[in-house]
Write a protein that binds this ligand. Structure first.
Ligand code: RB5
Length: 143
């Protein structure tokens, strides 16, 4: 189950992402927002992070204007690894190396065609499981 969250700056791009998910048979839960009225990205970054940490969802996609504010918010939560991606190389690498559980994008940064390719790459790339990556991910959580 994929948790979705966006603010007004990410709303339009999120509609493209939703169309991709539906076309490709991915199940999702939409935590808002639901229109282009101005709102605050932390609301949705927190909702999606909590949905993953509770086990309700296993991955998330977050979109705000830049992808920055919403990924900063999600990354405050222990166990969340939100990767802001603007290209497919990063989307693939962050799954292989970081086992990222959230993809963040900027609705004012990437166009819909590229965004959908980034989502496709992120969702279809498994974690490598390599010991060195497991150790580094573990080290993220240490003080
Ligand atoms: C909203 O205007 C904008 O600040 C927000 O979408 C995001 O880009 C913040 O990081």
């Amino acid at each position: 189950m994929i948790a979705l969250g966006c603010d007004h700056g990410g709303y339009d791009l999120m509609q493209e992402v939703i169309a991709y998910l539906e076309k490709n048979g991915f199940e999702y839960k939409n935590y808002g927002c639901y229109n282009t009225e101005a709102t605050d990205y932390p609301i949705y970054g927190k909702k999606v992070a909590k949905a993953i940490l509770s086990g309700e969802c296993d991955k998330g996609i977050l979109i705000c204007g830049t992808g920055i504010g919403i990924s900063i918010t999600a990354n405050k939560f222990k166990g969340i690894r939100a990767a802001l991606c603007e290209n497919c190389f990063s989307a693939e690498a962050t799954r292989l190396h970081n086992d990222a559980n959230i993809l963040a994008m900027g609705g004012r940064v990437v166009g819909p065609g590229l965004a959908v390719k980034i989502v496709d790459t992120f969702l279809n790339t498994p974690f490598s499981g390599d010991e060195r990556h497991i150790n580094r991910i573990r080290a993220i959580e240490e003080d």
